[in-house]
Design a protein around this ligand. Structure first.
Ligand code: GLP
Length: 241
């Protein structure tokens, strides 16, 4: 039985997600978090920053990782996920900088960066809570349809639908990245808890695949089915009629 919470709208979803994260951090067991980019989690980050300002939560003991990054992109590029994480979240909270490890898209040796990232995750004791968004094509992080489900951090060719979805963030089609670096499904499934955030009209098909409850390699999100710590938070607009 899937644990699905339907939020009336994006604002409610942001509050619920932030409350879930704060409760998790407060349990004394959750310290390492994997964090998503995209439009969906922005409200959650705002709520968390607001709760931090009010002194309701602290990230002093948190270890933060991001899920993915565009390959070849430097952290200084404002379009990078690195910059996104700083702008929307990390710059607004009290996490010590040595406890933040974001994937480097511009590492000279991408394979070595992936291995180093996996070592950092292992050194943190694995991921306690992975917060995920959902791609229109059913991807989680940059685990695209058809990718093997037994990978840790790896380099991946971005799917046509992913590149389409990212097109508005770039000046023209040619500049949309073709390659990404991402935590793999094995790492995500090994997380003690997973909070999956689903919002946006384009996610209807992916959501339906998930709710169908069958593992399907064409819809990477279905790899999470059977995860005991999976919680799904979705906007009500995506509820099947
Ligand atoms: C990107 C990221 C994913 C994210 C997805 C959804 O492709 N790589 O990690 O979940 O976008 O984005 P949005 O929340 O903007 O719909």
């Amino acid at each position: 039985k899937l644990d699905v919470t339907w939020a009336t709208d994006r604002a409610a979803m942001a509050e619920l997600a932030a409350a879930y994260v704060c409760a998790s951090l407060g349990d004394g067991l959750t310290t390492s978090l994997a964090l998503p980019t995209g439009d969906t989690p922005i409200g959650m980050y705002e709520c968390l920053a607001e709760r931090r300002r009010r002194g309701e939560v602290s990230f002093r003991n948190a270890k933060l990782f991001n899920l993915d990054e565009y390959a070849g992109m430097s952290p200084e590029n404002p379009r990078s996920y690195h910059a996104f994480m700083r702008r929307h979240f990390i710059d607004h909270i009290d996490v010590p900088s040595q406890q933040v490890r974001l994937l480097r898209g511009d590492a000279p040796d991408a394979a070595e960066e992936c291995r180093a990232y996996d070592r950092a995750i292992a050194a943190a004791g694995g991921i306690d809570l992975a917060i995920l968004g959902l791609g229109a094509n059913g991807h989680i992080a940059f685990n695209e349809p058809g990718v093997p489900w037994d990978l840790d951090t790896h380099v991946v060719e971005l799917d046509r639908r992913t590149r389409q979805a990212h097109r508005p963030n770039f000046p023209d089609e040619a500049s949309v990245p073709r390659i990404g670096v991402t935590m793999g499904i094995r790492t995500l499934k090994a997380a003690k808890k997973v909070l999956l955030l689903c919002a946006g009209e384009g996610k209807r098909e992916a959501m339906a695949a998930l709710l169908a409850g069958r593992e399907d390699h064409a819809w990477p999100v279905t790899s999470l089915l059977g995860h005991k710590g999976l919680s799904i938070l979705a906007e009500e607009a995506l509820k099947p009629c």
